[in-house]
Design a protein around this ligand. Structure first.
Ligand SMILES: *Cc1c(COP(=O)(O)O)cnc(C)c1O
Length: 438
């Protein structure tokens, strides 16, 4: 079967995500036959560099031998079992390791990022209810924040294109100003602006804390906003603010966890451990190296203790069918092994500074504004981007063998950590060439 055959069949049989299906007439999807490291290979044998890690999930490339081997080994043991009334080695080991790495514990599992957001919101509300504060029902999130697209997660998301249509179905929540350093006043440092944004949120909590369960944020990088980055001082200050006003802090590390921002977790750039910043941490995306859907929420011992009771209804009676799937947990354990075996965080530091060097020409280009980088995420805005810029840039990049999807006028790179020197050059050279032609 060729690319063309698959295109006809996908249009007829599927409803693609985040897609106006009519636009597939002009911009067909790539029919991918296989993957190899950071490369995607279509049915006609053409190769594309996966510059966005297959929607931010892939860490160590496609078909990574050690993750493959772990999943194959697990297949012959137990592929899945109900996690209510049963337990198994992969889920216990993963929970123990995530607890050691974050300082939070009692991992509760879901399948996708949005389900982790739902779990954290419900747990926070239910904690306050169990603690005798049933009026703490509200949530605060950030302008341009993104936490997923199920109704609860969409209520704390602030991306108009995804949210406005469904507004009548959603709960009200408050959106505080974003600490995004691009919003600083002239002469104001990123750090000072971050502290001003935290003060703004505190002013709101000073009035509303009695009705507020939690603040939810994407630490360091607001991904779907177009890789909006902020100073880590924001997170440390927010911790103090939440303590002063008795409100939970939920760190949504779904996109930024597992090394993406240069530390294993983004919160570690504001304090030694995630537990020093967050009451709840949401993990997904990179957790399985981009192999299988898995998400987890970890929390504090005292929050867990407020549910531990003889009365069933005080427990957290939430569930998903594939909760703690053994294959996904084995993939996640293999990912944590690779972080140790390959000293990934250290090596990424070297790789990141090399790629930033290679992007010097892009950074200095007259069309480029607000070039920014945090760990293994790079982004810039294109000053004179015409309507349809993102689609056009995506299509032209494919002609150079690069798969990239700008967000509006923001071009970003979020490559798998296995990207090598030649591949980084291809990405930088292609971007420069596309900026020079229209
Ligand atoms: C992707 C993402 C989600 C939602 O995860 P899904 O697996 O797509 O449901 C939530 N929060 C953040 C920060 C994300 O980037």
């Amino acid at each position: 079967m060729s690319n063309a055959d698959w295109l006809d069949r996908t249009r007829a049989a599927l409803w693609h995500p985040c897609t106006q299906m009519k636009q597939l007439e002009a911009t067909p999807p790539l029919p991918i036959a296989r993957g190899e490291g950071p490369w995607l290979i279509d049915h006609d044998g053409r190769r594309y560099l996966d510059a966005i890690s297959s929607w931010w999930v892939n860490l160590f490339g496609h078909a990574e031998p050690r993750i493959n081997a772990a999943i194959v080994d697990q297949l012959s043991r137990i592929e899945h079992v109900i996690l209510a009334g049963c337990t198994h080695a992969p889920v216990v080991e993963l929970s123990e390791r995530l607890a050691r790495l974050t300082g939070l514990g009692h991992a509760f599992y879901g399948s996708d990022g949005a389900s982790a957001t739902e779990i954290a919101l419900k747990m926070s509300f239910h904690y306050w209810r169990n603690a005798g504060c049933p009026d703490k029902t509200g949530f605060v999130s950030l302008k341009n924040g993104y936490h997923g697209e199920t109704l609860g997660a969409l209520s704390v998301t602030d991306v108009a294109l995804f949210k406005d249509t469904y507004a009548p179905l959603l709960r009200n929540s408050h959106q505080a100003i974003s600490p995004d350093w691009r919003l600083a006043e002239p002469g104001e440092s990123a750090e000072n602006y971050a502290l001003r944004a935290a003060a703004d949120l505190e002013a709101w909590l000073a009035e509303q804390a009695d009705a507020t369960a939690a603040v939810i944020v994407e630490p360091l990088v607001q991904g779907a906003a177009g890789m909006a980055m902020h100073h880590p001082a924001y997170l440390a200050r927010l911790r103090e603010v939440c303590d002063r006003h008795d409100v939970h802090l939920i760190a949504d590390e779904i996109a930024v966890g597992f090394g993406r921002t240069g530390t294993l977790f983004a919160c570690e750039q504001a304090a030694p451990r995630v537990a020093d910043i967050a009451d709840f941490v949401c993990l997904s995306k990179g957790i399985t190296g981009g192999y299988l859907p898995l998400s987890a929420v970890l929390t504090r011992e005292e929050i867990f203790a407020a549910f531990y009771d003889d009365r069933t209804a005080r427990g957290f009676l939430h569930s998903h069918s594939y909760t703690g799937n053994p294959l996904a947990c084995r993939a996640a354990l293999a990912v944590l092994d690779i972080f140790e075996q390959d000293r990934v965080i250290e090596r990424n530091r070297v790789k990141a500074s090399r790629f930033t060097e290679l992007l010097a020409g892009v950074r200095a280009h007259p069309r480029v504004r607000d070039f920014r980088q945090t760990g293994m995420i790079w982004a810039f805005d294109v000053a004179d981007a015409p309507a349809g810029f993102a689609t056009d840039f995506h299509r032209r990049a494919l002609g150079h063998g690069v798969f990239i999807r700008p967000i509006g006028a923001t071009v970003y790179f979020m490559p798998p950590y296995v990207i090598d020197e030649g591949e980084m050059r291809l990405l930088a050279d292609t971007t420069l060439a596309l900026l020079n032609t229209r």
